[in-house]
Write a protein that binds this ligand. Structure first.
Ligand SMILES: *Cc1c(COP(=O)(O)O)cnc(C)c1O
Length: 488
């Protein structure tokens, strides 16, 4: 029996125990807990031995695919290797055991981490000031847009409610704008995948709050006309927001501040060494140019004027509080440890290596897969299905079959510009041998598509879970163990 064949509830045997607890001295008196709040039945907790529990959890972890057990080419996600030393630094008791309500004087070292990280991110991005409140990339976007809005409102410029978003944008961009109460206006990409300046011009008037962009864009292409775009948007009174979730290709090379952007967020859990993907702690700090510093959310770490640091509270212009305290502190520690262990010289290698790896994979596979925009890419690129589409094999079939070869699937059906998008980001931390193994598997799948398409349609064949019914999983998800519902 594989332990994952059964749920832990199904391993349960009445009275079986994994540990014995000392008597708790409880007399059974429920005191004044009202009758209607008392449970009628005992909780249906599984009763298993310690080895059963250990094997259960170990098997579950083995069913999971992570960057620690295989290559993970997930485009727009930067699933790179996160050096262990940064975890170790973050778990030092001086960092891990502090409480956010401790007096400032007792946490000067932690406040200095925020200060040093803000300085490092400033020199990497060209944004003068940072706030660490936002706990995810999308949270950073919302915060940045709140700053943009507050800026216009504080200048009594009340008509600016439109945000321009390219059609290639990450889905969180229009979603954040909508959550912020702003109206999304789309600007089209040209066939070469970059923003069409001629399509942008007529959109620019005194109702535009700003534009949200990322550069290199979602197709991994550098928007070479960014300076002209920045001038046009500024000339109409709007601000430029930079989605810096994927800062990897730019590290130490190009700064959003120098491209003309005013506000941006970073995903510390993509670029700066915090593992992500399982809903763990994230961080989407927001940086702004100096003229917007007063709009940043508080609390923020500020110099106390005596050589130390203090926690600053909201000023009059501040966009407001966006989270309890100052975000996920352990993520800041890891980011600073990452930046400092690499140092200025080595951090400048991350971008070029991620670009080299992406172009190597792209060039090696463009005979087998359709490459809609054949240009030098940055850290990622997008195929549109197989070069030979006659078998009807879809991006989903390719992604599922890759699991059989021990690779995580790339991002598929995003961006929405193509019908069969397969978006690949190898990152800078993979060896040539790993990339060659991935390339060979992708070529093999293209050959299988021609020779045995039915086998691909029923892939994966070697994984504990095969092809779940995606519609059913989305419309009627079973999120809780109910014995009768289990079908498989
Ligand atoms: C990942 C990503 C986001 C969202 O980040 P979350 O932390 O998942 O909210 C936004 N924009 C781009 C371009 C991204 O790749």
């Amino acid at each position: 029996m594989k332990y994952y064949d059964k749920l832990i509830f199904e391993l349960s045997k009445e009275g079986r125990r994994g540990c014995s607890l000392p008597p708790d001295g409880w007399t059974g008196d429920l005191g004044d807990i009202p009758q209607n709040l008392r449970r009628q039945n005992r909780p249906a907790l599984p009763q298993v031995s310690e080895p059963d529990a250990v094997r259960h959890y170990t098997c579950l972890s083995g069913m999971n695919f992570g960057v620690d057990n295989g290559f993970y080419p997930l485009g727009s996600c930067t699933m790179k290797y996160n050096p262990r030393i940064n975890e170790e630094v973050a778990s030092l008791p001086g960092f891990a055991s502090v409480h956010p309500l401790q007096p400032d004087s007792t946490v000067q070292g932690c406040l200095q981490v925020y200060h040093e990280l803000a300085r490092a991110l400033s020199s990497i991005t060209g944004m003068e000031e940072f706030s660490f409140g936002p706990c995810a990339g999308a949270h950073g976007e919302l915060t940045g847009l709140m700053i943009m809005r507050k800026y216009h409102i504080s200048r009594n410029d009340l008509r600016r409610t439109k945000v321009i978003v390219p059609d290639s944008a990450h889905g969180t961009n229009p979603a954040s704008a909508a959550v912020c109460g702003l109206q999304v206006v789309q600007v089209k990409s040209r066939p070469d995948g970059t923003i069409d300046v001629n399509d942008l011009k007529p959109l620019l008037d005194d109702t535009v709050a700003g534009i949200m962009m990322t550069n290199p864009n979602t197709l991994g292409l550098f928007e070479t006309e960014i300076r002209e775009i920045a001038e046009l948007v500024h000339a109409c009174g709007g601000l430029l927001y930079y989605d810096g979730a994927n800062m990897n290709p730019l590290l130490g090379k190009v700064r959003p501040g120098d491209m003309g952007f005013d506000i941006m967020h970073l995903n510390l859990h993509k670029t700066f060494s915090t593992p992500h993907g399982g809903g763990g702690p994230g961080s989407g700090p927001v940086g702004v140019r100096a003229f917007l510093a007063g709009y940043l959310p508080c609390p923020r770490v500020l110099p106390d004027g005596k050589g130390g640091f203090r926690i600053g509270r909201d000023g009059e212009l501040s966009a407001g509080r966006v989270s309890g305290f100052m975000g996920n502190f352990s993520v800041m520690v890891k980011a600073l440890a990452y930046i400092w262990t690499l140092g200025k010289k080595n951090i400048r290698m991350a971008g070029p290596l991620s670009v080299l790896n992406a172009n190597y994979v792209k060039e090696s596979l463009k005979d087998s897969y359709r490459l809609p925009v054949d240009r030098l890419c940055k850290h990622e690129f997008v195929f549109d299905g197989l070069a030979d589409a006659s078998s009807g094999i879809t991006a989903l079939d390719v992604a599922k079959r890759l699991l059989d070869y021990g690779f995580h699937a790339p991002t598929i059906y995003f961006p929405l510009l193509f019908h069969q998008s397969i978006m690949i980001e190898p990152t800078e931390t993979e060896s040539k041998e790993t990339l060659d193994g991935f390339i060979e598997a992708m070529r093999q799948i293209a050959r299988e598509a021609a020779a045995d398409p039915e086998m691909l349609r029923s892939a994966p064949h070697n994984t504990p879970v095969r092809r779940p019914d995606e519609t059913l999983a989305a419309t009627r998800p079973v999120l809780r163990y109910v014995p009768e519902v289990r079908t498989e």
